[in-house]
Ligand binder design. Structure first.
Ligand code: 5AD
Ligand code: SF4
Length: 433
């Protein structure tokens, strides 16, 4: 979501005639987009903000801003604590970035906007948004009403709101006309798209409409809350040609006691039955997840339940975190806090266990033929091309021509921990194969 927000901000500004620079030393405007989901992310933001102080000392005319979830959390205190900061903007206020910058440039002083009720919109008519890209995010909803007891998001991104389906459809058509082949719909909980305002289409309905758009090769979405994963949505994985067989379905814990304390509103068995149904509808589906260790009150048995769950599901990849205390959240008041050392120990055990599962799943793909959407040259080795399988695994391969934006068939030669190595078979054409 933050990557997409930063993108949106820079596109609004580029459309207003600003130019991007790769070097912070050349910039006249420096905006730091921040994440507050865990203390560590927040710390990173403050380290960067510290750097702003010396830049502003050297070049006092720079306009500097703190944007995003830390800005929303700390509010105008930031302007007092950091006198070199000119602008503080919450994540729901980014759409008027050019107005705020204009105010500062006109000499109207420091400014802030922390209104959590601002409605997001898609940058349909934004020239150049898709330039040079094959794949993009598209925001379909913003905010969250779930109040998981550990999570700061509902406090900093506000209440759930869905963007109009017509806007999402026309934005998708525009993006495809600009060369985009793959769209990832994003929202804190995409499954509850339009549920609150009781409007149509619901999320599966939206997917069905988007699937009909000519030229959209691949459709993905993040993130899904297990409690809202309906049978209709599961069915979409078996029906829609463009919908990729991958779901990110955060489980957070394998213990019913902890899930209850987390206010997740599903049980371990319910989660496992969702996984089973997904695998029945789409046997080749890849499943990834998020998991927190060391939540207050997590016993050794609760932790064992999480380990057992990851053995049971065999996630393709797992993002795991040590519980981090966040202001305003319910979990702050819970007894049974674990010390850092114990959280670290549990995280290490869990990650080791998952590493083996991920590697073994990647190795199982050796010898298979996969459809890859070529995204460009490799990050480490620019003689290689890189792309993803429908299941969202990164594949690197060599080719003597630029195949960016094309679907190709690749034979997987080797499975590594974080990627696959492949060999080009031929260009892929859905009509032929
Ligand atoms: N501590 C640790 N992890 C957290 N997450 C959200 N809040 C916290 C927290 N307080 C994790 C969850 C979520 C992911 C985006 O970040 O696993 O799914
Ligand atoms: Fe946070 Fe839970 Fe909302 Fe996800 S669903 S953003 S974890 S409150």
């Amino acid at each position: 979501m933050n990557v997409h927000d930063s993108d949106t901000i820079s596109q609004i500004l580029v459309n207003k005639g600003y130019k991007k620079t790769d070097s912070i030393n050349d910039a006249h405007i420096i905006l730091i987009n921040t994440c507050a989901v865990r203390q560590k992310a927040e710390q990173k933001a403050f380290t960067l903000i510290g750097r702003l102080a010396s830049l502003k000392r050297e070049r006092p005319n720079i306009i500097s801003g703190i944007i995003g979830c830390v800005a929303q959390e700390k509010g105008t205190d930031l302007l007092q604590h950091f006198p070199f900061v000119d602008l503080v903007l919450g994540p729901r206020n980014i759409y008027r970035i050019d107005d705020f910058l204009a105010q500062i440039k006109e000499g109207r002083g420091k400014t802030s906007s922390l209104d959590l009720t601002c409605e997001p919109y898609t940058l349909t008519a934004c020239n150049g948004y898709a330039k040079g890209r094959v794949s993009t995010f598209l925001k379909i909803m913003e905010g969250c009403d779930n109040f998981c007891s550990y999570c700061i998001v509902p406090f900093v991104r506000g209440r759930e709101t869905s963007l109009p389906a017509e806007d999402i459809i026309s934005a998708s058509k525009y993006l495809i006309s600009q060369g985009i082949k793959e769209i990832t719909l994003i929202g804190q909980n995409v499954n509850s798209y339009n549920t609150k305002n009781n409007t149509l289409p619901t999320f599966p309905g939206l997917l069905k409409k988007l699937d009909k758009i000519a030229g959209l090769e691949r459709l993905r979405f993040v993130t899904s809350h297990p409690k809202d994963l309906s049978n209709e949505l599961i069915g979409c994985f078996g029906e829609l040609t463009s919908l990729c067989p991958h779901i990110h379905l955060p489980v957070q814990s394998g213990s019913d006691n902890i899930l209850l304390l987390m206010n997740r509103r599903y049980t371990r068995d319910k989660y496992l039955s969702l996984v089973e149904r997904l695998k029945i509808v789409r046997p080749d589906i890849t499943i990834t997840s998020d998991l927190i260790v060391g939540f207050p009150g997590e016993t050794e048995k609760d932790f064992e339940d999480s380990l057992q769950l990851i053995d049971n599901v065999e996630f393709d990849n797992l993002f795991s975190f040590k519980y981090s205390e966040r202001p305003q959240t319910k979990a702050l008041q819970l007894p049974g806090k674990l010390d850092e050392k114990e959280k670290q120990r549990r995280l290490f055990i869990l990650q080791e266990r998952q590493r083996k599962i991920t590697l073994s799943k990647n190795k199982k793909m050796e010898g298979s033929i996969q459809e890859i959407l070529v995204e460009g040259t490799g990050k480490k080795d620019d003689s290689q091309l890189t792309g993803r399988t429908p299941g969202n695994k990164v594949v690197n391969f060599s080719a003597n021509k630029n195949l960016k934006g094309q679907l190709v068939r690749i034979k997987i030669i080797k499975g590594f921990q974080n990627s696959l190595l492949g060999e080009l078979v031929d260009k892929y054409d859905r009509k032929v194969y």
